[in-house]
Design a protein around this ligand. Structure first.
Ligand code: ARG
Length: 469
């Protein structure tokens, strides 16, 4: 094999700098090493490594893992990527037997495997803070279950709801985000190792063994597909883009609510800093930046889809461009969720301001029409008549004169109006309580699913001996 200081032939080219991916793929080192350890086990099982050779390789790979963890690893940019860096370093540590590690394996199926293992960890990295944000939303929704606020359509006051009802709407969006992330993890739980460069091998490889040891459900079906399939990364980026869009919507509401015009949220440094010029300013920088991040993540999704468009089977070097957008999106979304959770945990709602806004009697217009409906008036007629009553300056708390008596008397009170909206999914009493209970139950389920993903990820630590079983 090549002397340690010299790059192997396959990464020697005058444009090596252009081909390099090391700056981006370095975070894959741990999963790459775990995959290699299981690969050596498989090679021993099929008689291509002796037990002693396997033990030497595994020990060397674990040493590399420790060197990387402790910041002692001699990274060499001229070696192109993380895979070659590890392999060359292994040669320095254990000698010529290192040359057997790549038996029956290509960097094409190796990097595909690394990405599947990375994806599982990435989903946990996002899901943990997202569950924390949900936990905060649940707690605050319960506390504000009966706090009146106006509900909006077109950002115009529309109908009476409660703050708890509004916060739970965000909760259920994030519940679907978690569901999507877990579904992506489940579909991606297939091992590509054993596909080789594209066409498998003449050696009697055992991809199912590798798959089982790494916690995958099964091995790939088709070797060309296995080395070129980036569906899981695209799905992950979609999941993250939609999550980022959901986060941006909550961010935008906080920006509005913190404005003097709304005043639903009290000024606090939990929302951000001040102005370098205007001494009175208290800016909602954090929710604004949350809102701003969505563009970047959506861009990554479009970027990767565009890279993949029209690629011929099987592996093409274009595929190397998949890692930068995905790794960036995962880091960014995870920190964005954390930041928003911090904000949601600390802000103070001005319940009195919200209640005053909800006290707008015009919010009762639909309720008046529904009162008429109860007494047999067709809804269109009721809508028309209440509309005319209001247009003529009539009191929204009163029924139109023509119906008084027939449809009941007495005026409606705006503050308690949300409590009368008890249809399923609505803001009133039992309807909201049912949503709170559903949110609790879902939270339990989502936490359990995450524990099982965490357990699969724990296999990497076990293989690297960073954690004992
Ligand atoms: N850095 C490469 C990637 O991310 C590894 C695979 C290289 N394979 C190859 N045939 N050049 O895709």
């Amino acid at each position: 094999m090549a002397p340690p200081s010299q790059a192997p032939r396959y990464v020697r080219t005058p444009t090596a700098g252009f081909l390099r991916s090391l700056d981006v793929d370095r975070p894959l080192a741990r999963v790459d090493l775990a995959g290699s350890i299981v690969h050596t086990e498989m090679l021993e099982r099929i008689g291509l490594l002796t037990a002693a050779e396997r033990a030497t390789l595994v020990e060397g790979l674990r040493t590399v893992a420790r060197e990387i963890r402790d910041g002692q690893f001699p990274w060499r940019p001229e070696l192109e990527d993380v895979h070659t860096n590890v392999e060359v370093r292994l040669g320095e540590l254990v000698g010529p037997v290192a040359g057997k590690l790549h038996t029956g394996r290509s960097r094409n199926d190796q990097v595909a495997l690394d990405e599947r293992l990375y994806l599982r960890a990435a989903i946990a990295e996002v899901a943990h803070p997202l569950l924390r944000l949900q936990e905060i939303l649940r707690r605050r929704a319960r506390a504000e279950a009966k706090s009146p606020m106006p509900g909006y359509t077109h950002l115009q006051r529309a109908q009476p709801i409660t703050l708890g009802h509004h916060l739970l709407a965000h909760y259920f969006r994030f519940d679907r985000d978690l569901d999507r992330l877990y579904a992506t993890a489940a579909r991606a739980n297939v091992s590509p190792l054993g596909a080789g460069a594209l066409a498998g091998s003449t050696l009697p490889l055992d991809p199912a063994y590798v798959a089982g040891r790494l916690g995958f459900d099964r091995a790939f079906e088709n070797s060309l597909d296995a080395v070129s399939d980036r569906d899981a990364f695209v799905e992950l980026l979609f999941d993250l883009a939609l999550l980022a869009v959901h986060l941006s919507a909550l961010g935008e509401e906080l920006v509005l609510w913190a404005s003097t015009e709304f005043g639903f949220v009290r000024p606090t440094d939990a929302l951000g800093g001040g102005s370098s010029l205007m001494p009175q300013k208290q800016n909602p920088d954090v929710p604004e930046l949350v809102r701003g991040k969505a563009g970047r993540i959506v861009g990554h999704l479009v970027g990767l889809l565009t890279t993949l468009k029209g690629l011929p089977l099987a592996y093409d070097r274009d595929l190397q461009e998949d890692k930068a957008p995905v790794l960036d999106a995962v880091r960014e979304v995870a920190t964005t969720v954390q930041a928003l959770a911090e904000v949601m945990d600390r802000i103070e709602f001005d319940a009195e301001r919200m209640a005053t806004a909800a006290d707008d009697p015009r919010l009762l217009a639909t309720d008046q029409a529904e009162r008429l409906v109860r007494s047999g008036v067709p809804f269109r007629e009721a809508h028309e008549s209440v509309g005319a009553h209001l247009a003529q300056g009539g009191d929204p708390r009163e029924l139109p004169a023509a119906y008084r008596g027939r449809a009941g008397t007495g005026s409606l009170d705006a503050r308690s109006a949300a409590q009368r909206r008890t249809s399923p999914g609505g803001p009133g009493g039992a309807a909201l309580e049912a949503q709170l209970q559903l949110a609790d139950a879902r939270y339990g389920l989502r936490s359990e699913s995450l524990s099982s993903i965490d357990r699969s990820n724990g296999r990497i630590d076990e293989l690297l001996e960073e954690r004992t079983k």
